[in-house]
Design a protein around this ligand. Sequence first.
Ligand code: DC
Length: 204
Amino acid sequence: MRFTVAIDGPAAAGKGTISRAVAAQFGFAHLDTGLLYRAVGAMVLEGADPVAAAQALAPDDLERPGLRGAEAAEAASKVAAIPEVRAALVAFQRSFARRVGGAVLDGRDIGTVICPEAEAKLFVTASAEVRAARRWKELCAAGAQVPLEQVLADVRARDARDSGRAAAPLRAAAEARVIDTTGMSIDAAVAAAVAEVERALRRA
Ligand code: DC
């Protein structure tokens, strides 16, 4: 069976948690496409050319240490605005999406550009304040000392860059089911996503 779930949305809206839960619930493979851009960003921080790094990206590069950190996120958001970088990553994402057994891909442009034919599309969002507060709690738990205002400014800057770029900007596909997690528990958000995928499976 080929069945693609496309999950898009801004940083720290809960896409990762929801994607992993949906993949586990239905036995689908999961690809966090942000990691592709983070790996390219990390290589650029080490001096690589962004387009050459994207063209040469290998599965092992996704295991590099530090990819989840703020520095890699910032670099990722910058290389993600380069059309040639995005183009170099399309084929890998599309073949992952159509693998036998079903796939969940989360990112910014999955339902709009990478997999416009995805059987299920979700757009997971939340207010910038709530997303910043969640990210701040994670950072504090990991021992970082950073003011909440700084995290909120970073979230807003990344939103502006991801939504404002010309190449595949962040936006909801017309037919995507929007899940606003601002006032929602994780369990409720996961339940809404699972219900949507179940509906799509019945249609498929
Ligand atoms: O989801 P994330 O925070 O790991 O993504 C890091 C950056 O990569 C994000 O700022 C925008 C970019 N990105 C993208 O442009 N398209 C995707 N499909 C996934 C991520």
